[in-house]
Write a protein that binds this ligand. Sequence first.
Ligand SMILES: Cc1cc2nc3c(=O)[nH]c(=O)nc-3n(C[C@H](O)[C@H](O)[C@H](O)COP(=O)(O)OP(=O)(O)OC[C@H]3O[C@@H](n4cnc5c(N)ncnc54)[C@H](O)[C@@H]3O)c2cc1C
Ligand code: FES
Length: 278
Amino acid sequence: MEKIVISESNYQIRKARIVRTKKLTPLETLFEIVLDGDRSLDHEPGQFIMVSLFGIGEAPISVASSPTMRDSFEICVRAVGRVTKALHALDAGDEIGIRGPYGKGFPIRIFEGNDLLIVAGGLGIAPLRSLIQYVLDNRRDFGKAHLLLGCKTPQDILFADELDQWRRRMDVQSEYIVDRAEQDWTGPVGLITTLIPGVHLEPERTFGVVVGPPVMYKFVIKELLAKNIPEHQIILSFERHMKCGMGKCGRCQIQNIYTCQDGPVFRYSAVKHMSEAF
Ligand SMILES: Cc1cc2nc3c(=O)[nH]c(=O)nc-3n(C[C@H](O)[C@H](O)[C@H](O)COP(=O)(O)OP(=O)(O)OC[C@H]3O[C@@H](n4cnc5c(N)ncnc54)[C@H](O)[C@@H]3O)c2cc1C
Ligand code: FES
């Protein structure tokens, strides 16, 4: 696999400042961040950064905003442990450190001119939001766009206001489903896989882009293959425990690949033989 060359500057922790926070759910917060010197992050949708909190540690986090947003960028973080909980305790004006962006993002140039079926499970919407915003900002470069989103309950839906805006657009199809809901939810209830058979698509020109919890992949891929989407047009993003984020420590290794450097975005055809990956 082609190796990414990491420049000296990518090793460095750069100073950055939180300029806005938005609580999305009790566990997830959106942070808008500006790099010191007002420089642009220059990432690709699907890439991640290492968020560094001085004296606490680092965590890999996907960039949740499109590179078309030049002056700042956003990350959506779930508070689960030391670093992410400490980050949630910060507010606008606080300083953090950033390394990256790292990894291979979604193959945007290859997507151009083709249709997209984007399947997001839970927090998987974070890296996919970067792709969705990029597609909407460059709408003419892409064919049909269909978004399927699945969450545990209606209270877990992230970016509900943006989802509503996307739902009102004529040039994007979007459907949402929750695993379980109280009576006031009028949308569908069930697993995200149940939405796929109903999507009308032309498999030879469709890329299925899937990001979600590990348990989701096997079943979603099965449905995409049943729709005759070729294996090399099924695109996945993997989350692995990472330490360095740039191919040095081996923490994220699956067989002969480093998820941080060769991924986190992969074609299904390239990883389907790696049972540990799923
Ligand atoms: C490429 C990539 C992109 C990611 N993008 C996002 C994102 O956009 N938003 C977000 O909230 N999280 C994201 N994560 C997960 C995030 O990195 C972990 O939740 C974070 O590292 C936990 O750090 P902590 O110090 O808060 O938790 P810790 O105290 O280290 O651990 C708390 C719990 O989180 C689990 N955990 C730690 N690291 C990971 C990991 N890499 N994947 C899954 N579980 C983990 C631990 O097993 C433990 O159960 C991403 C991970 C990767 C590899
Ligand atoms: S996290 Fe160190 S090699 Fe990938």
